[in-house]
Design a protein around this ligand. Structure first.
Ligand code: GLU
Length: 464
């Protein structure tokens, strides 16, 4: 059975890069009817916070990514790590190192002066003398001194590390007894039965060390997939400005969870040239072997395009509910269907949709001065009055086109250009020159509200 995991360190919010590897891991488990587990790597007490863990769980909930089974917290597993430390000491695969800070610094300086790689020199590796007094030892693992460590990576192929170049007997427990990162990750992955590890390739350099731990403890080494980073349009590491922000900020900006997931699945993975993937399709098609070898590029337009697609295809019931978070209450609005049917085609985000709706349904309380100057020239009031009369007399008034016909009628009758009616009408209805098509606006407002706004504009005597 395929068991994957997501193992965030709760040092802050969940960001896009983390979420993408979580999604990949989740999809791969689901595709194989396997398990996707969540492990919170909260051993760094200074940098971790409960709020950050909460934030990660909240983001998972919003996105509908369900983890299987209990969540594992590394902070609660000290006894387990202590047991394996002891096992390695007992088996002579790890040892206590009494080198003091000063000694270690001196060694490093000397290596640097000799232009050598800085590394621990193995002084206590086979030590059987009396340990020096006053030094709390660290525990180091006996790493291979020569030979190769090969990471069989599902994305990058075999990545070969020369033990001599990259390893030394690295510390697996600090002087205060606390185990180190690469040690606990390997133990947890093994004990949690994780056999497919999908993570960012910024972790690739940790992998040989973790393999040393797996092997020392006699655990099976999982299959690794190291996913290339997400870059911005300039080919640089993603910064906050271009999207490396809290996943929940996307919710606040008005993105739908399925749009964000669809966007992320395509960042570094593809299936032919298909762009739109439902969750079921993702679960059916995702395979980490198809992850691209090079970095992927974050592209906001693409996200907006996907979001527009999912907004357009959302039911009006769902949009009504989602829009309440953006200050728009349509549940008992008698024009709800036409509002959403016409406007959901035009918005890239829920926020934008809310703005489009408010722009229309909230009666303007003031008229933009510049717009008034431009629109209310000449016989604008007369045009509006004529329009109001024709609108009152019109029979069928439902669709945008019905309203368009009335405008056309006035244009023909008064022998004026379209702007002569469009501009003052727009200011009367919306208070400004911008906004969606007037026929759409009027079909949303309906006859009575349109007439009321036109009358108000005329009464306000807003001509020059
Ligand atoms: N806790 C690590 C991180 O948040 C991930 C470790 C892993 O995936 O192996 O970057």
């Amino acid at each position: 059975m395929v068991v994957t995991r997501f193992a965030p360190s709760p040092t802050g919010y969940l960001h896009i890069g983390g979420l993408r590897t979580a999604l990949f891991s989740y999809l791969w488990a689901r595709k194989n009817n396997g398990k996707f587990v969540l492990r919170i790597e909260d051993t760094d007490k200074k940098r971790n916070s409960e709020e950050a863990t909460e934030a990660i769980l909240k983001a998972f909930e919003w996105l509908g990514l369900e983890a299987d089974g209990e969540i594992t917290y590394q902070s609660k597993r000290d006894a387990i790590y202590a047991k394996y430390l002891q096992q390695l000491l007992d088996e002579g695969k790890a040892y206590k190192c009494y080198m003091s800070r000063e000694e270690l610094d001196a060694l490093r300086e000397q290596q640097m002066a000799n232009k050598e790689r800085t590394k621990y020199d193995g002084k206590y590796r086979d030590f059987d003398g009396t340990p020096p007094e006053g030094v709390e030892p660290v525990i180091r693992i006996k790493a291979p001194l020569t030979g190769e460590i090969v990471v069989h990576d599902g994305v990058k192929g075999d990545v070969v590390f020369q033990a001599e170049d990259i390893l030394d007997d690295f510390v697996i427990a600090r002087a205060d007894g606390s185990p180190t990162y690469n040690f606990v990750v390997a133990i947890d992955d093994a004990l949690m039965g994780i056999n497919e590890v999908i993570r960012g390739d910024d972790h690739l350099s940790n992998t040989p060390k973790q393999i040393v731990v797996y092997e020392a403890l006699g655990f099976n080494v999982p299959t690794f997939y190291h996913v290339p980073m997400i870059h911005n349009q300039q080919g640089k590491k993603l910064s906050k400005r271009d999207g490396a922000t809290d996943v929940m900020a996307y919710k606040e900006m008005g993105y739908l969870p399925e749009a964000l997931l669809n966007f992320l699945v395509r960042l570094g993975w593809s299936h032919g040239d298909q762009e739109i993937f439902s969750m079921d399709e993702m679960k059916g098609l995702f395979n980490p072997k198809d992850i691209n070898k090079s970095a992927s590029i974050y592209n906001t337009e693409k996200l907006d395009w996907l979001n527009a697609h999912y907004i357009k295809n959302s039911s009006n019931e769902r949009l009504t509910e989602l829009l309440t978070e953006f200050g728009v209450v349509l549940s008992s609005h008698d024009k709800r269907e036409i509002i959403l049917d016409t406007l959901k085609e035009r918005a890239k985000t829920l926020k934008e949709l809310a703005e489009l709706i408010n722009e229309i349904i909230i009666t303007p309380t003031a008229y933009d001065e510049k717009a008034v100057k431009k629109a209310f020239k000449g016989n604008a009031i007369e045009v509006l009055e004529t329009f109001a009369n024709r609108l009152e007399a019109a029979q069928e008034l439902h669709l945008p086109n019905d309203y368009h016909h009335v405008m056309e009628k006035v244009v023909t009758e008064m022998e004026i250009g379209f702007g002569k009616i469009g501009n003052p009408l727009r200011v009367a209805l919306l208070g400004k020159m911008s906004g969606p098509g007037l026929d759409v606006v009027m079909s949303i407002l309906g006859r009575d509200e349109t007439l009321a706004r036109v009358a108000k504009a005329i009464l306000s005597n807003i001509e020059e």
